[in-house]
Design a protein around this ligand. Structure first.
Ligand code: P1T
Length: 380
């Protein structure tokens, strides 16, 4: 099955109880048991719920994996991965990553004795020095948030395997339409389903997909024990969102290209970051592992002028200045004060996140209107 068919049918079948074509919202906490220990596969909705179950199967199908697990947010999904570790274990992570992930690593899990190393991942031979027998997880965002660096997934998988570590990939920016990390040897693929999967900025959710049965069992144990599940209404909304993922992503990519080209040629803009540009340092990696270049674009104002950046994000009219990404509507963000404020300034700037950096989530409106909006805000 190809992706356009999989998003609509993958892992799904008509509701066995009624024949309903669209998965019903099973808004129930519990299920009748005719006799103790006898049930139809569902006992209590923290453990299993038919609407969540359908979404988990659909997600597994579109990520080319076997097992899907959904959580109450992207952070809850990453939290579940980290709970696979023990005190003393170590993690190697991309230095450029979502500020909330950095905060979870350094302010929640370091307290429990897990050590994190943040590093660039453009040369894996340099990373051997960070590995020891306690290293258990390699954590990769690709494309990274917000600098849109690409990590070579084949090389990351090879590195993780060589050192007996799990490779976890945050695939939020690409979505399963553009990239399937499990195909490259990742052990766990993670999504903030809040973004492209939901696609309409109306639900917060996280997801994991894996191939290995034992790993799936361990993650299911954590999902059920810690209880950071998503509700059935949210599962329904994301199931519905996924049905148009392929169409939306095509438009996100087309608009991303047009906006990137406009900004790239504008004299008030410096340092465009969009993996589809031939002069993007990781363009070749993008071509080798992604099926398109996505709708996320970051850039600096010329001379790193913070006032100019503030002026742009305050004066857009079609774009909204807001956190988040991946919805049908275009958003702009100021990472240093918003999504990445949890990262200390010095650490942030080491990874290129200057005060002059603006991040755009290009929606699926008409590109001409998006470009006209940016033009008026830049030239005001
Ligand atoms: O917001 P939540 O669903 O918990 O997902 C967290 C998360 C994880 N990984 C990446 C790459 C993300 O971008 C996010 C959330 N990011 C934003 C809210 C943002 O505006 O960047």
């Amino acid at each position: 099955m190809k992706i356009g068919t999989k998003v609509i049918h993958g892992g799904l079948s008509p509701d066995p109880a009624t024949g309903a074509i669209m998965t019903p919202i099973y808004q129930t906490t519990t299920y009748h048991q005719p006799r103790p220990g006898e049930h139809q596969g569902y006992e209590y909705s923290r453990s299993k719920n038919p609407t969540r179950d359908a979404l988990e199967k659909n997600l597994a199908a579109i990520e080319n994996g076997k097992y899907g697990l959904c959580f109450g947010s992207g952070m809850a999904a990453i939290d579940a991965i980290l709970k696979l570790l023990n005190p003393g274990d170590e993690v190697i992570s991309t230095g450029d990553l979502y500020g909330g992930s950095y905060r979870l690593f350094t302010q929640v899990f370091e307290k429990f004795g897990i050590k994190f190393h943040f590093t660039e991942m453009n040369d894996f031979s340099k990373l051997d020095a960070l590995v020891n027998e306690k290293t258990k997880l390699v954590w990769v965002e690709t494309p990274t948030n917000p600098m849109l660096n690409l990590i070579d997934l084949n090389k990351a998988a090879h590195f993780a395997k060589k050192h007996n570590c799990l490779l976890g990939v945050d695939n939020t920016f690409a979505s399963p339409y553009l990239q399937n990390p499990l195909d490259f040897g990742a052990d766990i693929v993670m999504h903030s389903a809040t973004k492209y999967l939901g696609g309409h900025s109306d639900v917060v959710m996280g997801a994991l997909v894996v191939n290995d049965e034992k790993l799936a069992e361990k993650l299911y144990f954590i999902q059920n024990s810690s209880g950071a599940i998503c509700g059935p209404m949210d599962a329904f909304l994301v199931l519905r969102g996924i049905k148009t993922l392929h169409i939306r992503m095509q438009r996100h990519c087309e608009n991303g290209e047009k906006v990137a080209e406009f900004l790239n040629n504008h004299s008030a803009i410096d340092n465009m970051y969009w993996p589809g540009l031939v002069n993007h340092p990781n363009h070749e990696i993008a071509k080798s592992q992604m099926r398109g270049f996505g709708g996320m674009v970051s850039f600096n104002t010329i001379d790193d002028n913070y006032d100019a950046a503030k002026k742009i994000v305050s004066n857009v009219k079609v774009f909204s200045l807001a956190e988040s990404l991946g919805g049908v509507e275009s958003l702009c963000g100021h990472p240093a004060s918003m999504t990445h404020a949890a990262i200390p300034k010095e650490e942030r700037e080491k990874n290129g996140i200057k005060d002059s950096l603006i991040r755009l989530s290009i929606g699926i409106e008409d590109a001409e209107d998006l470009i006209a909006d940016l033009k008026q805000a830049i030239e005001l």
